[in-house]
Design a protein around this ligand. Structure first.
Ligand code: WTA
Length: 641
């Protein structure tokens, strides 16, 4: 590739450094032990590892074997000695504009005090703690306090409903839940405590609920179980010695959607994960000491874990943290915050960009965005039109767009342009090239490498430090889901094309997983919820492409005879899904039909429902039991449009 060619599509402004990137990348594959030993210096270790990688028991790869460290020590204590004591760790902004700035020293004190409270409440190393909090400072404090004492936290996104929360508490056998009386979103209170109460009726392991007073409105507090955060946290400075954690001890469990109804608990460790997130952030975005970094995700997703909490704190950066919606009180919210805090790097999702793009250029034009140097995206493929809008209207045609492709399981970025290593010429819509240590290949069904420009599955031929350790309490599923289809390789479930210049283009999921507004959801989770309702006999759920959200959920349901004349049934189902799974799971369309297409053995043919509903050819329907069902779907869709 021509090194002199500049950035696309709106002209040149920098010299691409393809060769500089390549040199580092190739070295990472050529001498991995040496390379990762060097990169691991981004952390302070209590004890150095004996071996960089133990691959004797694949796919259970173990990095930095016998290395000892503490992640909260790396995020806090060491910065106090490095002239960052008075530096802002977080500039927190609420939806109503309220602001709090917490320094590294302040965060250190809060984390120690809360770690002491956890100990006082009987939480020990290895115990599981579920965190169900809005975007408030107590969220990173709780995560770091768990990390400090070696408790394994599992953060549940505050948009999840009671059933989803209960499933995660059950699977992790958590003994504590940390929540708030509520959160604020779009000017309204989200009832978090109430949802916790409902979830706890379905589970039996939780002994203590710690409640942050955020909204101040009345909530139920159960005697002997529920305690206020401000009552259990002692004032002053209560130092808690950081536990010496093994590099491969678990740090957190994060549940994510797969191809069955049961969410998968991706388990991440202390050592490899931390080395990975800190280095990938440096390589991709090249943040400088005085920069203000804003990852505008929610802490409840992996993006927030890795790039609001662990990576920026390990690197000693200043982050913006925002609680609230991007369109409240007005669609210039993000731009207003960028201007107010002179944000230098903004990292958000294509859905957010497409949503704000709809309101027009007027909103970004109201603000001075000249502090921005670099932009980033995550969560789904970015279409060239959104890329161009972001590049021109937000970045003023000055800022490279770092399109980061990765997953909950990978811990951090896998494929992304890398400003810190040498920025390659960008192509809107391509995440460009792999991070050091990442060895992808695009293959066909049988695992044969495909020539350029052909669509196939992207798989990885070797482990990388940020890779999850296993699925919590389900090593068999870990092996089966990720390593069986292409033996010896990690299969991530995405389609991909590698172009003739070697750029990777990620094309979305190759399985039953949906991507709605950058949120990863399983079709089967929604189907399972639907058929658990007494009114519903059968259900088929799939994703319909959507110009703003990427995909939206469409459901076809068969209602039981006794409810056939009940006119409110669809409304009720919507409400139940909102409460049980959460608002992001509520289908955009629910169609009632009298039968669904099935195979002769009685299996619902979701593929056929989807194709017919989207006006495509249904493919092979020779096994279809009753073709009248297909006609019914067509009619339902026609009536709807
Ligand atoms: C998709 C989110 C294209 C992909 C960090 C992946 C992307 C899934 C991109 C993981 C991107 C994420 N371009 N697709 N830049 N980023 N994806 O686990 O399908 O919530 O498998 O992690 O999102 O979603 P998850």
């Amino acid at each position: 590739m021509d090194e002199e060619k500049g950035i696309l599509p709106t002209g040149e402004y920098y010299t691409p450094h393809m060769n500089r990137y390549r040199e580092v990348y190739e070295r990472s594959l050529r001498e991995p032990e040496k390379f990762w030993s060097e990169q691991a210096q981004v952390l302070d270790w209590f004890r150095t590892w004996d071996r960089v990688l133990d691959d004797s028991n694949p796919p259970f790869y173990r990095w930095f074997v016998n290395g000892k460290l503490n992640v909260s020590y790396n995020c806090l204590d060491r910065h106090l000695k490095q002239h960052r004591r008075n530096k802002a760790a977080y500039i927190w902004v609420a939806e109503n504009g309220e602001e709090k700035i917490v320094t590294y020293d302040g965060l250190y004190r809060r984390v120690n005090n809360f770690a002491r409270a956890l100990q006082d409440l009987g939480i020990r190393r290895g115990d599981r703690v579920v965190i169900y909090l809005p975007m408030i400072l107590e969220a990173p404090v709780a995560m770091l306090a768990c990390a400090r004492i070696g408790a394994v936290f599992s953060f549940v996104f505050a948009g999840f409903g009671a059933q989803a929360l209960a499933d995660r508490i059950k699977d992790s056998e958590a003994t504590m839940v940390i929540t708030a009386d509520g959160g604020f979103r779009n000017g309204k209170i989200v009832e978090l405590k109430k949802t916790v109460d409902e979830a706890l009726e379905m589970t039996s392991t939780v002994r203590t609920v710690v409640v942050v007073k955020r909204t101040g409105h009345e909530v139920n507090m159960e005697e002997g179980r529920d305690v206020w955060w401000h009552d259990v946290v002692k004032d002053g400075m209560n130092y808690v010695e950081p536990e010496w954690m093994d590099a491969n001890d678990p740090l957190f469990i994060l549940y994510t959607s797969g191809t069955t109804g049961k969410p998968k608990g991706a388990l991440h460790g202390n050592g490899g994960y931390s080395v990975w997130v800190a280095n990938t952030l440096r390589w991709a975005f090249d943040p400088q000491e005085d920069d203000r970094w804003w990852c505008a995700a929610d802490i409840g997703w992996i993006t927030g874990h890795s790039y609001i909490v662990f990576a920026p704190l390990i690197l000693g950066l200043t982050s913006i943290m925002y609680e609230g919606s991007i369109t409240y009180p007005a669609p210039d919210r993000l731009w207003e915050i960028v201007e107010r805090y002179r944000v230098n790097i903004l990292y958000t999702s294509p859905t957010a960009i497409r949503t704000l793009m709809r309101y027009g250029e007027k909103y970004p034009k109201m603000h001075d965005l000249s502090s921005l140097k670099t932009l980033g995206t995550v969560g789904e493929p970015i279409n060239p039109a959104a890329w161009k809008w972001y590049y021109e209207n937000i970045g003023g045609s000055r800022c490279p767009i770092i399109d980061t492709y990765w997953q909950t399981e990978t811990g951090g970025f896998m494929i992304s342009p890398q400003l810190g290593l040498g920025l390659v010429p960008l192509k809107p819509g391509s995440a460009t090239f792999p991070m050091p240590g990442v060895d992808p290949v695009v293959v066909d069904e049988s695992g044969r490498e495909l020539p350029p420009e052909q669509k196939g599955y992207i798989i990885y031929r070797r482990p990388w430090p940020g890779m999850f350790l296993t699925l919590y309490r389900d090593p068999e599923r870990f092996k089966k889901v990720y390593f069986e289809r292409f033996p010896g390789n990690y299969f991530c479930g995405d389609y991909c094309v590698k172009d003739k210049d070697g750029y990777y283009w990620l094309l979305g999921r190759a399985d039953e997983v949906l991507n709605v507004s950058g949120h990863r959801l399983g079709t089967i989770e929604v189907e399972d919820a639907l058929i658990s309702y007494k009114e519903v006999a059968e259900a088929a759920v799939f994703g319909r492409p959507d110009p703003v959200k990427g995909e939206v959920i469409v459901a076809f349901v068969v209602i039981k005879d006794e409810f056939a004349h009940d006119r409110d049934v669809v409304q009720r189902i919507r409400k139940r899904i909102r409460e049980d799974l959460g608002p992001i799971y509520v289908p955009e369309e629910i169609h009632v039909v009298t039968k669904l297409p099935k195979t002769r053995s009685g299996k619902i043919m979701r593929r056929v429902v989807k194709a017919v509903a989207l006006g495509q050819l249904p493919g092979d329907i020779s096994t279809l039991e009753d073709s009248a069902s297909v006609e019914e779907i067509k009619t339902a869709i026609e009536e709807f449009r």
